[in-house]
Design a protein. Structure first.
Length: 163
């Protein structure tokens, strides 16, 4: 399986100090050149810029797929490149994406997706983080998530623990 990440999820994990969760959950994560540029922009979290100044071996950088899918042209360039890469590997890809419009396009394309909150819930399910403490820390970042979504994720986590 190829795990492709968009910029927003990486920014979220950097703000939480949890970038290593991606490695611990998936082994490796792939980003496009455009996602890398967005992550290194001066507006990106300092922790993310520092992390990418010497990327770990588990983070794979690939050239932007050409051409990007027509369905992605209204999206930001990083989203478009990540979605296109996931679509090119659609039989075996997982796309980590958070923006509403990008998620909608991804689902319309039939892609398997998750978001930062889904990754954090999976990490909690694996015992890698404490769900409540992590989501409290998440609330103190720039990442926005409705409390109703957190309630749904908490319920899913509880159901996994019962099984």
């Amino acid at each position: 399986m190829i795990v492709v990440s968009d910029t927003s999820a990486l920014s979220c994990f950097a703000e939480l100090g949890e970038l290593d969760l991606l490695h611990r959950l998936y082994g490796s994560v792939t980003i496009t050149s455009t996602v890398l540029r967005e992550c290194c922009h001066r507006s990106a979290p300092e922790g993310l810029r520092h992390f990418l100044s010497a990327p770990p071996v588990w983070l794979t950088l690939v050239a932007d797929p050409k051409p990007v899918l027509a369905e992605t042209r209204s999206l930001d360039p990083g989203e478009a490149s990540a979605i296109t890469l996931a679509w090119q590997n659609r039989g075996s890809s997982l796309l980590i994406i958070d923006e509403k419009q990008g998620r909608r396009v991804s689902l319309d394309l039939g892609l398997r997706i998750t978001g930062a909150a889904g990754v954090l819930t999976d990490a909690a399910s694996e015992g890698l983080v404490d769900f409540e403490a992590t989501f409290q820390r998440l609330a103190r970042t720039q990442f926005r998530l409705k409390s109703s979504v957190i309630d749904i994720l908490r319920k899913r986590l509880d159901e996994r623990r019962i099984q």
